[in-house]
Design a protein around this ligand. Structure first.
Ligand code: CP
Length: 339
């Protein structure tokens, strides 16, 4: 098997084979060890990454920027107002110019119906690797950190592990579909039995569900859906309570044509499900050693109670978040460096 990852784009974990992802996880663990030992690992000496953030970020921005520094390179933290993007410069021109000046391009943009297309347009014209920092469909960097923390707590053989991805109530904003969709695609490839629970107005995208089912068949895992949060968490080894917007109830075309009306309807639907919260009662329905994960930021006391997210015997969210650094460094080192 070739392990030359140089210039390979990272837009969805689905574009990477399991063998390739396993190398990413091995390297992530090695980089975590080196970081803990304060051992230099300047694998990207003098290299430049251009990061374009169209939206806010704590974990992604800082894992990438700190990661580039620790790897011996530099990351530009760009926002549209600092670039000619704000005057409508095309993805093609942006991508070609940045490719000529540096060694990697990464962007966060999660607008339903357009952001994954924008990222793919960047990738089409780039001569350096293009990395997703989250779009409207996928959040592959988050998926890697999630799988890494699962390996750390449950071992590398995750066959038969019961993982529940549960929609949860939140007020902060209508969160993208990208985190649960990435988890639904990735976890069954590693033999996990994934249950996805959501109110009927908050589905995942049909094409992602179809692909995730194929991944489950190939990987020996399973995927099932329910509209009952209690039933979903029963016996679970891992519960991921996470809000997402009701975007997939609309076609991308309909959503973009009637965005204001769609957000209004989504907001009205949201208020019907305030009881979709992961609390102590629901923890007790799970496996006796159940772990709770969340990509963060969490809507505390809406998605999950303070009592649960702060219970270190249940919550592994900070280990999950830390792994964003190690996995991001592995992806950057492999795609921007390598041979
Ligand atoms: N989980 C995650 O992507 O966090 P940020 O939005 O803070 O980057």
């Amino acid at each position: 098997m070739s392990i030359n990852f140089r210039n390979k784009h990272f837009i969805t974990t689905d574009d990477w084979s399991k063998q390739e992802l396993d190398i990413v996880f091995e390297l992530s663990a090695d980089l975590k060890r080196r970081f803990a030992l304060n051992e230099p690992h300047r694998l990207l000496q003098d290299k430049t990454l251009f990061m374009m953030f169209f939206e806010q970020s704590t974990r992604t921005r800082n894992s990438m920027e700190a990661g580039m520094t620790q790897l011996g390179g530099h990351a530009h933290d760009l926002t549209p107002d600092k670039m000619q993007l704000s005057h409508g410069e095309s993805a093609k021109d942006t991508s070609i110019i940045l490719s000529r000046m540096g060694h990697g391009i990464a962007t966060r943009q999660a607008f339903y119906g357009s952001s994954n297309k924008y990222l793919n347009e960047l990738a089409k014209h780039a001569t350096v690797p293009v990395m997703s920092l989250q779009d409207d469909v996928y959040h592959p960097m988050q998926g890697l950190a999630d799988k890494m923390v699962i390996n750390e707590y449950f071992g590398n053989n995750t066959k038969g592990l019961k993982v529940t991805i549960a929609w949860a109530y939140a007020k902060s904003h209508a969160k993208p579909l990208s985190v649960p969709q990435t988890q639904a695609l990735l976890f069954p490839r590693y033999g996990m039995d994934v249950t996805i629970a959501h109110p009927k107005e908050f589905p995942l995208s049909a094409n992602i569900i179809a692909k995730a089912k194929k991944n489950a068949e190939a990987g020996g895992g399973s995927l099932r859906f329910t509209n009952d949060m209690d039933e979903a968490v029963e016996g679970a080894h891992i519960v991921i309570p996470k809000n997402w917007g009701g975007y997939a109830a609309y076609s991308e075309e309909d959503f973009l044509a009637n965005e204001e009306a769609a957000f209004k309807e989504m907001g009205e639907n949201l208020e019907k499900y305030q009881d979709w919260i992961y609390d102590r009662r629901r923890v007790n329905l799970g496996h006796k050693d159940v772990k709770m994960m969340h990509a963060l930021p969490a809507d505390r006391n809406r998605e999950v109670t303070d009592e649960v997210i702060d219970d270190e015997s249940v919550s592994i969210v900070y280990d999950e978040a830390e792994n964003r650094l190690h996995t991001a460094k592995a992806i950057m080192a492999l795609t921007m460096g390598g041979r």
